[in-house]
Design a protein around this ligand. Structure first.
Ligand SMILES: Nc1nc(=O)c2c([nH]1)NC[C@@H]1CN(c3ccc(C(=O)N[C@@H](CCC(=O)O)C(=O)O)cc3)C=[N+]21
Length: 301
């Protein structure tokens, strides 16, 4: 006897979007672009990575960024400053990096220690070197669709969506999370594609019912396993941006996303954590550094 549709459905699993593989192929393009820049200018693009303090998670991320630069041939310059560094000292370093022609991109790892004003520091970075896309000039460009450098995680999210969706026009997209570095820029990018975008957050009333209407769900609330199976419409595409470190077995930490991955197998496609958005964020940082170098040559706007 042929299996019933219900049996087929319950056996079907969502496509797992492989962020590591997609990041690897973007890195190949970036490496080729770096080789072309070296052939033309005699020197590769340079990225300055600034880390203030000793947050262990930040150290892991910064280490990965430096290693990724080496892989594609970008020169990285690491600036590790003690936690008690003053805001003035940090602003002085940024001014020096802004003026340094061998530096094409500047990344100041956030969060910064509490005595430093993130907004002041990010606004001090030359917008043309702002590979994070956090400077108000780049935020303004993104929201008016006028070019500039786009934040890395949101860029990566769009590439993951593009790997499974041909055209987002008219689709219902729900973004959970309203941060300046993830939720808001993703909403702008989805709007540019003519999706119908609802931006929600942890305080949104009736959140499960709103999410259930979505063809595209981007979970970026930083709330482990917030999105349950019954929140998700059959056939939706889900991007999990959340990364929370939880105590795991044997004193290790384990990473938990914002989506209850095992409960959403009736989705069309879903990203894992780890191995989804995280690797894309780093690949997009490298791509943005090349973009900044090419913008300086006046080749791209
Ligand atoms: N100025 C600035 N720019 C950033 O882009 C920035 C930042 N500050 N502060 C912190 C967040 C976080 N972030 C991640 C980068 C890579 C992974 C990543 O590679 N994740 C791996 C796992 C990494 C692990 O094992 O811990 C994965 O999801 O597969 C995650 C998170 C960039 N951030």
């Amino acid at each position: 006897m042929a299996p019933s549709h219900a049996a087929l459905d319950s056996a079907a699993r969502a496509h797992r979007i492989d962020g590591r593989a997609i990041a690897r192929s973007l890195d190949e393009e970036t490496a080729a672009a770096v080789r072309a820049i070296v052939a033309r200018d005699g020197a590769p693009p340079g990225l300055a990575v600034v880390l203030v303090g000793e947050d262990p998670a930040s150290e892991v991320y910064v280490g990965r960024k430096i290693e990724a630069c080496r892989r594609v041939g970008i020169l990285s310059f690491e600036h590790r400053l003690p936690a008690q560094t003053t805001q003035d000292a940090l602003l002085t370093l940024i001014a020096r990096l802004n003026a340094d022609p061998t530096i094409h991109g500047i990344l100041v790892q956030v969060p910064l220690p509490p005595h430093i004003d993130d907004g002041m520091v990010l606004s001090a970075i030359d917008p043309a070197k702002d590979v994070d896309g956090f400077h108000p000039v780049n935020v303004g460009r993104l929201s008016t669709g006028t070019g500039g450098l786009v934040p890395c995680t949101p860029l990566g999210v769009m590439m993951l969506l593009d790997s499974v969706i041909d055209d987002m026009k008219g689709m219902d997209a729900v973004v959970i999370g309203k941060s300046n570095i993830v939720g808001k820029p993703i909403a702008m990018l989805l709007l540019e594609r003519e999706a119908t975008v609802t931006v929600t957050h942890i305080e949104t009333r009736g959140l499960p019912d709103i999410v259930r209407k979505a063809d595209i769900v981007v979970a970026a609330a930083g709330a482990p396993r917030l999105v349950k199976g019954f929140w998700v419409k059959e056939g939706a595409v889900i991007i999990d941006v959340g990364i929370t470190r939880m105590p795991g077995e044997g004193g290790k930490t384990r990473l938990v996303g914002d989506v209850a991955y095992d409960e959403v197998q009736h989705a069309r496609a879903v990203t894992p954590v780890p191995g989804g958005v995280g690797p894309m964020t780093i690949a997009c940082l490298l791509a943005n550094t090349v973009k900044a170098a090419e913008m300086r040559r006046g080749q791209k706007k």
